[in-house]
Design a protein around this ligand. Sequence first.
Ligand code: SF4
Length: 276
Amino acid sequence: MAWGGAVPEGCREAYYRQSNRCSACRRSVRDKTPIEWTEATWNPVTGCDKVSPGCAHCYAETFAERFRGVPGHPYEQGFDLKLWPDRLEAPLRWRRPRTIFVNSMSDLFHPGIPDDYLQRVFEVMEAAHWHVFQILTKRHERLAELAPDLPWPSNLWMGVSIENRRYVQRADYLRKVPAAVRFISAEPLLGSLETLHLEGIDWLIAGGESGPHHRPVRVDWLRQLRDMCAQSGVAFFFKQWGGRYPKVGGRLLDDKVWSEKPSPDPTRWTVTRPAG
Ligand code: SF4
C-alpha cells in the first residue's frame, strides 16, 4: 500500500472503510486508490497473516490494527481474516471501466478463504468484464493448485510478490496460471533477484519499502531488474524509492520515470465472452 504524504487522514480512513467520503476534505474516495499502478481497490476479504520477509512491515496490518476493538468499525477485528460477502458484487455496480486491485487489504489465496468463496470472487470478475482486475499473492502454491478450477477471463491479471532471491520460485508457480497478464511485484525489494527467470512474465513492478522501519533498496538491484526486463521484453514499472514516506524519494531511476504497462496475451485466457 502506498499513500502520498499529503493525503488527509480522513481520506485514508474513508478509503479503508470503503465509505463514500472523506470527513476531512469531502472527496469521494470509496473506490479510489493512490497506488500508482492501479485505479481502484476492492476488498471482498480483509485480514491476513505474515508469510515471508516482505510482510514484516505490512501497511495493511498496521492500519487495520489501529482500529481493533473499535465497535462498528470495519476493522473492529483488526487484521484477523474476515470475509465480506456483501462486498462481492460491488464491481458489478461500478459502471465506469477501471483497473481494480483485488484484496489490497489481504491475500486472496490465504488458506482461510474457502474454495467456494474464491470461486465466487472469480465469477464476479468474469461477469464484470468491462473492468480489469489485478490480483497479487504470496500464496503461490495455493494459486497453482486452484488455478485449473478457476475461470481465467481476458480481464484478469495475476501476480506474485517476490522480495528476494529466496522466493523467485513464486514465478515458476505463476507461469502455470493461464492469466492474460502475469506480473511480478518486487516490492519491497529486499535483495538482488539475479536468479529470477522472466519467461512467460509480462510485467514487473519494483519499489523500495516505505514507513518508519523501511529497509533501503539498492540502486544496483533496481538497475539489474530494469535491464533484465529490457532483455526479456517485459514491461518495467518503477513505483518508488521508498523511505520514511512512500513518495519521499520520488520515482526517478537514472533520471527517468519507468511506467511501462503490459499487453494481455490472447493465447492464454480460458474464458471467452460471447460476442455482443
Ligand atoms: S501477504 Fe500481503 S497482506 Fe498478507 S501479511 Fe503479507 S504483505 Fe500483508
